[in-house]
Ligand binder design. Structure first.
Ligand code: ATP
Length: 904
């Protein structure tokens, strides 16, 4: 344990900010130095919680033994030992041990995969170090770091807050209370409980609004969250509704089979059979019929699916999402950044009496403004143009930077585009700041839909030497305007209809349109949201292009083929949204042309909502609150909804959606926290890829179950039949254990690596209520079970009649089971297509598995030690031929069954 100079027992909330700063030996303005950080990182370790604390190796291995079947096996092991059957007893104990180890390894792998994926969504923190603001990985935070928090962040460590503005934090991760708590920096009595320490922000909680700064007082396991983690030993759960259902199913089955085995034993005794023989038979029945490997195989399949999705840039945060993805019927996607590139370029600047084109592309400020004839025009050609460009550039929080000729923007792309167009016209950021220094800001928010700033304008005559600049959604800016500006700077009354018509015209071309406005002001004028309406003068409209993502149209089309409808949700104008929707092919599917705006939605009565939203393809000017209503409405129309979101306010909708999807790049931590899946590339096409993988996972699960159940049923029935008819057991318990253990790993597991079948995205989504096995598959399972029983029984009797020993006849039956399973494995690679169509080499693992199994069978058949241990005996070529003949016949029957089902 690192020794700490800053004991974690100190009540930092009971100290004043400057005292905490002194205590942690940091500088309140410049933060820690790099040397201090390195030293502290070495001393305190990274800011991360230790993996699955409290569960030691032994506990985890022992957990594998917690299964009714294992209890039976252990009891059987002890009893056989007492009866003097030492080899059998050793085999049983050996199998239990191997089973526990395999289970443990598989579980650890799945957990590690889940953990690894989670860390792919790396969180960042803003800190002040060496006097500079920097973004660092949250894992690198150390006590004493000065940290900045803002809405959307997940608090990365325990922080004593010092400066804050309207900071509210959702502390549900810590206290369970989901209403956000208002914070302030006052000193508190040291005895105040955690939930009431309003001058602290704790690791794992979420900033829902406002911003703040403070000092990190504890990291990693020393945080309050670390404490809880330590107490609860928060082991990651790998359970999903499906695994739970299967676990329940296999538990009920286990109990049922155990009762049956006990009954068999009792009836056999009553009928006067030998107790040892009956005991052996009962054990064989239990071991053979219980599908003990099923839940583990399902978890592994899900984990493999998750890893495949991660490779395609969709990181699953909650395992059940893998299942749900396969049933998704509607994807509601954001427009900006998900369906489009979020790389904006202003193409047209419209003023009340002029219209200017803009050349150049991307964020490189090379290009000019030109008139209708293509002749370049300087910014001061028109006062309206000049002020529109100035408003766009000064009422702006983005920055342009040049990385060796590659221009990038820091901040919002919409604002970046407005900086670039102003720079093209000679009004670069430096010049603009020199002309107009900012005094106050009303920040942009999705609810407000505009931003306004107050500037000092030294060029204007005193006392009106200030100017208010605003930019935002056209309707919102028009609400603030009373007049409009002409080229010569004269102000005329606002012609609202004409401006709206111009804006609609630009939006109809798929351009995102923002309006700009100004107002000269004096020092006495009030600058606030309430004072703005009606007072501004419209200077122009800036229309920017945000091209659709290259893969978007193909992904939308693929979704449509897969029976999934795609809807666009955007804060943008209806006309812009519709034009982009048209470009990515989102309109017209199932006659969905309809566009609903947030206002339309608000006006709809609740009972009409599900029907109305189901008919719409585009939802424009939507607020985050309305997204929640929308998800609910679509769900009550019977849909399984995947919904994207990136803001703090999107969290409720993401939680409500069947699959909440957050953006890895642009998304806030709050959104990621609420989401089931995070797209590391923010791309719509990734959702489509994840759905495809989700369907593949489900297919493989179904294939595995269809493959594995006949073995259990077949083995169970063979034993039962032997007991009922009072015949010798065709397979012994230890042999059944051999079949079950080796085939599950060498054969069954290979199905989980099965690639997706062609046409997987040409089927409709899976009904979430539909059982995993359809009636047709159940019939097939029973068919194969019957084939196994009849085949092995017949072979066993044939060999005995042919003069073979009991050991030889049993070896034949044992090998028959395995060979039929291997044939059936190849068949199960597709549930509908014939085996020879699948392509033998499309899953190399199958070949590996079958080869390993074949070697195993030769070993158990011919190796003398194994003969002794498993009561087997070498068999000759004729027997193998009979085994193969039966297996081929069984394969043929399954192929016919597939064919008949395809026809019917
Ligand atoms: N930085 C900004 N300053 C002023 N107004 C803006 C700014 N960004 C966007 N707007 C205006 O507010 C509207 C809503 O923006 P919002 O960010 O909520 O959604 P969006 O980015 O258009 O769409 P999406 O929901 O698809 O991401 C935009 O259509 C635009 O008119």
């Amino acid at each position: 344990m690192p020794t700490s100079a800053f004991p974690s027992t100190i009540a930092h909330h009971g100290l004043a900010g400057h005292e905490v700063v002194l205590l942690l030996e940091t500088d309140q303005h410049r933060g820690l130095t790099s040397a201090q950080v390195a030293e502290r990182l070495a001393r305190f370790g990274p800011n991360a919680l230790p993996a699955s604390p409290g569960t030691g190796l032994l506990t985890r291995v022992l957990r594998q033994l917690h299964h009714p079947l294992i209890y039976v096996l252990l009891a059987a092991g002890v009893i056989t030992a007492v009866l003097g059957e030492y080899t059998d007893s050793a085999v049983i104990f050996g199998v239990v041990l191997v089973n526990a180890i395999v289970g443990f390894i598989q579980e650890s792998k799945a957990e590690a995969a889940l953990e690894g994926l989670r860390s792919m969504v790396r969180t960042q923190a803003s800190v002040i170090r060496d006097g500079e603001e920097r973004t660092v990985p949250s894992g690198d935070l150390v006590p004493g770091d000065l940290i900045l928090l803002e809405a959307g962040d997940k608090v990365p460590a325990d922080v004593r807050l010092m400066r804050l503005t309207e900071l509210r934090v959702d502390e549900s991760a810590l206290t369970g209370e989901s209403a956000p708590v208002a914070k302030d920096g006052d000193v508190l009595p040291a005895t105040v409980p955690v939930a009431d320490r309003c001058n602290m922000a704790y690791s794992g909680t979420l900033v829902t609004s406002g911003n703040g700064a403070g000092v990190v007082v504890a990291t990693g396991a020393e945080t309050e969250l670390g404490e809880i983690h330590r107490l609860v030993g928060a082991a990651e759960t790998l359970a999903t509704p499906l695994t739970q259902k299967l676990a329940r199913f296999s538990k009920i089955l286990t109990v049922g089979i155990l009762v049956l085995a006990a009954l068999t034993f009792a009836v056999g005794l009553l009928r006067g059979h030998d107790a040892v023989e009956m005991f052996t038979a009962a054990i064989a029945l239990a071991v053979g019929a219980i599908p003990e490997g099923l839940p583990a195989a399902v978890t592994i399949t899900l984990a493999i699916g998750m890893a495949r999705m991660a490779r395609r840039r969709a990181v699953i945060r909650r395992l059940p999402a893998v299942e749900t993805l396969g049933s998704t019927t509607v994807i509601c996607s954001d427009k900006t950044g998900t369906l489009t590139e979020n790389e904006m370029t202003v193409r047209i600047v419209w003023t009340p009496d002029g219209r200017f084109g803009v050349t150049g592309s991307g964020y490189t400020p090379d290009g000019v403004l030109h008139d209708a004839d293509g002749a370049p025009v300087p910014a001061d050609t028109s006062q309206a143009l000049r002020w529109s460009l100035l408003a766009g550039a000064a009422c702006n929080d983005a920055a342009l930077s040049d990385h060796d000729g590659r221009w990038e923007i820091v901040g919002d792309p919409t604002e970046g585009a407005m900086l670039v167009v102003a720079t093209k016209a000679g009004l670069g950021p430096r010049r603009v700041h020199a002309l107009l220094s900012r005094l106050a800001t009303i920040p942009f928010s999705s609810e407000r839909q505009y931003m306004a700033t107050l500037h000092h304008d030294p060029a204007a005559a005193h006392p009106a030497d200030r100017v208010v600049l605003a930019k935002g959604a056209v309707e919102r800016i028009l609400d603030l305007c009373g007049g409009q500006m002409d080229s010569d700077g004269t102000v005329r009354p606002l012609e609202r209809t004409a401006v709206l018509r111009a804006a609609d015209d630009l939006a109809g071309q798929g351009l995102r349109v923002l309006a700009t406005a100004i107002r000269p002001a004096t020092a006495e004028d009030e600058f606030s949201e309430v004072a703005l309406p009606g007072s501004l003068v419209l200077t122009g409209l800036q229309a920017m292009l945000d091209p659709p993502r290259a893969a978007a149209a193909a992904a939308v089309a693929a979704c449509h083929t897969a029976g999934i409808s795609v809807r666009m949700i955007t804060g943008d104008h209806a006309a812009t949204a519709t034009a982009i929707a048209g470009q990515v092919g989102l309109l017209g599917h199932h006659d969905r042309h309809c566009v609903l705006t947030g206002t339309d939605l608000a006006a709809l009565p609740a009972e009409k909502l599900p029907d109305a939203v189901d008919r719409a393809a585009v939802f424009a000017r939507m607020s985050a609150e309305q997204k929640l209503r929308l998800v609910e409405a679509l769900q009550s129309a019977g849909h399984v909804v995947a919904m994207t979101g990136d803001g703090v306010n999107d969290a409720p909708a993401l939680r409500q959606a069947s699959i909440g999807v957050a953006m890895g790049h642009s998304g806030t931590e709050v959104a990621k926290d609420a989401a089931d899946m995070v797209l590391t590339d923010d791309d719509f096409a990734t959702i489509e890829a994840a759905v495809e993988e989700g369907r593949g996972v489900f297919d493989n699960l179904t294939k595995f179950i269809t493959w594995t159940l006949p073995t259990n049923i077949g083995e169970g029935l063979v034993i039962l039949a032997a007991i009922v008819f009072g015949a010798a057991l065709p397979i012994l318990p230890t042999q059944i254990l051999w079949i079950n253990m080796t085939t599950a790993v060498a054969l069954g597991l290979m199905l989980t690596f099965e690639p997706k079948e062609a046409g997987i995205m040409a089927r409709p989504p899976r009904d979430p209520d539909q059982p995993l096995l359809t009636r047709a598959l159940m019939v097939r399972i029973l068919l194969v079970s019957t084939l196994l029983v009849v085949g092995s029984w017949w072979l066993f009797e044939w060999e005995l009649a042919d003069g073979a020993s009991l050991a030889e006849a049993r070896t034949a039956a044992l090998n028959l089971f395995v060979v039929v399973e291997a044939f059936y494995l190849v068949s199960c690679r597709s549930l509908t297509r014939p085996a020879w169509r699948i392509g033998l080499f499309s899953n190399g693992w199958i070949i590996v598995g079958v080869t390993v199994q074949a070697i195993g069978q030769l070993v158990i058949t011919y190796l003398p030690v194994m003969n002794t241990v498993f009561d087997t005996a070498p068999i000759d070529g004729g027997v193998w031929l009979r085994i193969l003949a039966i297996a081929v016949a069984a394969g043929f029957v399954v192929a016919v069954d597939k064919r008949v089902r395809r026809w019917s």
